[in-house]
Write a protein that binds this ligand. Structure first.
Ligand SMILES: [Cu+2]
Length: 501
């Protein structure tokens, strides 16, 4: 076994050190790739470190300086579309928030050149590293804060293995998006071998409607993200029926997230402290990923279908949800005699929104004795003609009724068919029908090869921390992979999978 493994490792160029992970298998001689395929079909899995795929994010490339892997990490403001209809300015690294995933192997010597392009001091903490104190990244404690335009060089001998992270050690910067995953592949590959290995960063932001900047002080999060995207903009995990799959969840936010998979039972095989010995793995379909923790799960994708993978907190399966706005939708129109903010239900004024006494009960946070702005009802509009009028552009999908407003690609469901005639008389209605009928479908707006073949209209039921594990039979799998290859996207997070065939 050891001989075969070392043969494969050298045949695949794995021990030689990789410049980017996608090169890892691209360098494999054709014969080795064919042998690999044959072995997979025979159920005989070679052991090697499968490169981790971080959907929607990708990897930080590196160069070699002698034996040292050198990464260049740049803190900067990043413009990020977290959903087709929502763009925010986060603070991240090298163009994304979370920052790109760093992948190294146990035994590596690693240098990270950190440049601060932010308008205030920062530093990077290497979460879980058994490193030297001068490289721990605590500003003012282990190192001077890195000033705007400044640089600091971190250097490590990697002797651990597992799923770690990097983040700003300034709390508000972390909440603005400054975090990323750091994978330490083991020197001796984990057994059993996994065919697919994914990383998913869990994050939340508070961004009020019509705002583009996360409010890092707000405790009421209305955008819940997987790798910087809210459903349905998340990119599914593409796996072949029969693959053994590893998913590494990383949580660097304000909430804990019970991550749940449909149709499969997984084993928790790792924490933020590395691999768990096999005798201590525990089965489940939900794993609670606490703040500052990572949880690694593994399962055999033996059940074909497009299976949900999501946080199970109900409010984390939603987008744009905010109690700071909302009164307007169930009224016949804007109330007369009030200013725009009041009319729209914006919380404002003394004693201050949203935590003031006046508004307490509306937000479910008061003493329960009533507030001046209590709302008789909860969510959205009920009259079909009104909603249709408000959403003309979306119905037609091209914005021709509302010049200058391109909502192209949205499709409305059939409201009449979906809502009971007596809906208005039912206590607590509406709940999930808050957009007046079914949510708008955004299939076209989030179209990508990984979504190929999903059931039409799927996107209206995906929000927040929701994605798919698409367990595809060989023919469907090949079809989707072919589409992904054809897309030929620069820095494709899936490139290591695509190169492997
Ligand atoms: Cu959650």
């Amino acid at each position: 076994m050891a001989n075969r493994r070392s043969f494969l490792q050298s045949a695949l160029g794995i021990t030689a050190g990789l410049f980017t992970t996608d090169k890892l298998l691209a360098e494999a001689p054709q014969s080795a790739a064919q042998k690999l395929k044959k072995r997979r079909m025979q159920g005989d899995r070679p052991a090697f470190n499968t490169p981790v795929v971080t959907p929607d994010i990708g990897d930080l490339p590196y160069t070699m300086d002698g034996d040292i892997k050198v990464f260049h990490l740049i803190a900067q403001v990043v413009e990020q579309r977290i959903s087709p209809d929502k763009k925010i300015y986060a603070w991240g690294f090298n163009g994304s928030a979370p920052g790109p995933t760093i992948q190294v192997t146990q035994g590596d010597r690693v240098r990270v050149i950190f440049d601060n392009q932010l308008p205030e001091p920062s530093s990077i903490h290497w979460h879980g590293f058994e490193d030297q104190i001068q490289y721990d990244g605590e500003p003012g404690i282990s190192q001077p804060p890195v000033k705007p335009g400044g640089r600091f060089v971190y250097e490590f001998d990697i002797h651990q293995e597992g799923t770690y992270f990097y983040h700003s050690h300034m709390a508000m910067q972390e909440m603005a998006g400054m975090l990323g995953t750091f994978i330490m592949h083991p020197k001796e590959p984990y057994k059993p071998h996994c065919d697919k290995d994914f990383a998913i960063n869990l994050q939340e932001y508070a961004v009020l409607p019509n705002n583009t900047v996360p409010n890092t002080m707000n405790m009421e999060f209305n955008w819940l993200l997987l790798n910087g995207k809210a459903g349905p903009a998340t990119t599914p995990l593409i796996v072949r029926l029969g693959d053994r799959v590893r998913v590494r969840f990383v949580n660097l936010g304000m909430d804990h997230h019970p991550m749940h998979i449909h149709g499969h039972t997984f084993y928790t095989t790792g924490t933020e402290g590395g691999r768990i010995p096999e005798v201590a793995w525990w089965p489940g379909n939900t794993v609670l990923v606490g703040v500052a923790q990572s949880r690694t799960v593994e399962f055999v994708a033996n059940n074909p279908g497009d299976w949900m993978l999501h946080c199970h907190l109900p409010h984390h399966m939603m987008n744009q949800m905010s109690s700071n706005v909302g009164k307007m939708t169930r009224m016949p129109g804007m109330p007369a005699g009030v200013d725009m903010n009041t009319g729209m239900g914006m919380l404002q004024g003394t004693p201050g929104a949203p935590l003031g006494d006046d508004y307490g009960t509306s937000l479910g946070r008061g003493m329960g004795v009533g507030g001046t702005s209590d709302m008789a009802t909860t969510n959205g509009p009920l009259s079909e003609p009104k909603a249709k009028e408000a959403m003309k552009a979306m119905q037609h999908g091209s914005g021709q009724d509302m010049p200058g407003m391109d909502m192209g690609g949205m499709q409305m469901g059939d409201m009449k068919a979906d809502i009971a005639p007596n809906a208005n008389d039912v206590p607590n209605f509406p709940q999930d029908a808050y957009m007046e009928g079914p949510m708008m479908s955004m299939d076209k707006m989030v179209d990508r090869p990984e979504n190929y073949g999903l059931k039409p209209g799927w996107s209206q039921f995906m929000q927040g921390m929701m994605t798919f594990v698409r367990v595809l039979p060989p023919d469907k799998y090949d079809e989707v992979i072919a589409q992904m290859k054809q897309a030929n996207r620069p820095n494709d997070p899936y490139s290591s999978v695509l190169n492997r065939g």
